[in-house]
Unconditional design. Sequence first.
Length: 232
Amino acid sequence: MFIEIQNAKKRYGTGEAAVYALDGVDFSLERGKVCVILGPSGSGKSTLLNMIGGLDSLDEGEITVDGERITGLSPKALTAYRKRNIGFVFQFYNLIPDLTVEENVQVVEEIAQAPLDTGEILRALDLEKYRYRFPRELSGGQQQRVAIARAMVKNPKLLLCDELTGALDTRSSRSVLTFVEKINRQYGTTTLIITHNEAIAGIADTVVRIRDGKIASCEENGVKRSADEIEL
């Protein structure tokens, strides 16, 4: 398995006031798959994504990604892990406003260990015609595609997407999901998408539902659909 999580627990507070954001989560995912993690606000899905991405640490349990046990790594080692393995795409694009589309992507290309070519990624995401525009000159969907390009140019093993369509209209959401599918097909990038939108589960190979810090279900999608086919 590419991702393996065993008895993952994360709590906030102490004693009787302690709240478990993750409460004994067991989860695994094969390399190259698209996984959609569904759950309401406060269910623990963002916490789970942050743990896999090395942004936070467990109180109990283990996480292994591509054979590397990341539980218990030092802050410096976690930084190296994120730099080497992880591409993050968040709901809010976090683009640098005074840099062009091309420059926003190149910022990451220049610090990555084995980056893809910026031009190749811009073409793959149909952004080449916008390469000299600034973020303020783009729609929300276009800005989110730039955020995906910035995450992908580092050639990550794992793409983590946190509510990537949450701030987008239906048309832009479909466009962004279409390009996530394309990235997965073209580069074989293992992709995790957390969302509260049940429709997005249609594009996944694996669908995980999480509630109250526990995995409620983990199922293979028997009828996988394209982003063009789902009702958003």
